[in-house]
Write a protein of this length. Structure first.
Length: 289
């Protein structure tokens, strides 16, 4: 049996706490209670890692739900998900990830709590990935599909100072390795498939062909104090990469053809195709500018 998610119910009226406990009866949660914002704050700060979700009333004496939410969000060690109960029609308050209106409906309450728990589980997984990646100095990955390319780009982007700036560039380079490299889809062919809404089907078809099905691409990730270097290599025949390094006004209306320029201009300090015939690219980001 897995570890139950910890839910802290905060309300100054015991009848409201009893109602919530009854509504959540039978759900796979470990419930704790606090009868005030101050009592809840003491529980939270004494055990910052204990609770996954906080379900609290907005209106309470001394420390109300909004104030408690703000204190939680400002605390460096508290990363729980907050559900704030409000009266119907009230304006939503910034800070809480979820809101639910009174009177509480059982089905809606369970849905919101389940969603908050999943949100918290996802957050914990991301934190674990980030910690693991922070320890990683060098690694080699293999991928074959577009889905794997997206997943790997998302994973590796977390090791950059500003992940949102590099994830698009990483994704474009890895997707290119699959589409234009291993599956030999030309620029013109991709434009046609996109216009017909048939690109995904064509990718899946080629992935099954004997000529392409065993091909894979590699990513070599290297991290030092001053540089992050990612080398992406596919098993295709290469292409004339030079014409795609800059944004070209002649291709602005085309549905494709900007990925490499995005990676070159917006994501990395340097994009290097000089080795090989275009089936190998090195993307570098300087950490000390």
């Amino acid at each position: 049996m897995g570890i139950k998610s910890q839910i802290l119910i905060v309300d100054d009226e015991s009848s409201n706490i009893d109602l919530i406990v009854d509504l959540l009866e039978g759900q796979d949660y470990q419930l704790s209670m606090a009868d005030s914002g101050i009592a809840a704050w003491e529980l939270l700060t004494n055990e910052p890692d204990k609770f996954d979700v906080i379900l609290l009333d907005k209106v309470m004496p001394e420390m109300d739900g909004v104030e408690l939410t703000k204190k939680i969000m400002q605390h460096d060690e508290l990363h729980c998900t907050v559900i704030l109960q409000t009266e119907g029609g009230e304006e939503l308050d910034a800070g809480a990830q979820y809101h639910i209106s009174k009177p509480l409906d059982k089905a809606l309450l369970i849905t919101v709590v389940d969603s908050a728990v999943r949100h918290q589980i996802s957050y914990k997984h991301r934190v674990k990935n980030r910690i693991g990646l922070a320890l990683m100095k060098e690694a080699i990955f293999e991928f074959k599909t577009i889905h794997q390319a997206h997943a790997l780009a998302s994973l590796l982007s977390e090791n950059y100072p500003e992940p949102y700036k590099v994830i698009t560039g990483l994704t474009e380079l890895m997707v290119n390795a699959v589409e234009h490299g291993n599956l030999a889809i030309s620029y013109e062919e991709k434009s046609i498939y996109l216009s017909q809404g048939a690109l995904n089907q064509e990718i899946e078809r080629r992935l099954m062909l004997a000529r392409y099905k065993d091909r894979y691409a590699t990513v070599h990730f290297q991290l030092s104090e001053s540089l992050i270097e990612v080398t992406i290599e596919d098993q295709g025949d290469g292409f004339d990469w030079e014409q795609y390094m800059e944004f070209d006004s002649a291709r602005l209306m085309d549905p494709n053809g900007r990925g490499i320029a995005i990676a070159n201009k917006l994501s990395f300090c340097e994009l290097d195709y000089r080795e090989g015939t275009g089936n190998k690219v090195v993307a570098r980001l300087n950490l000390k500018m």
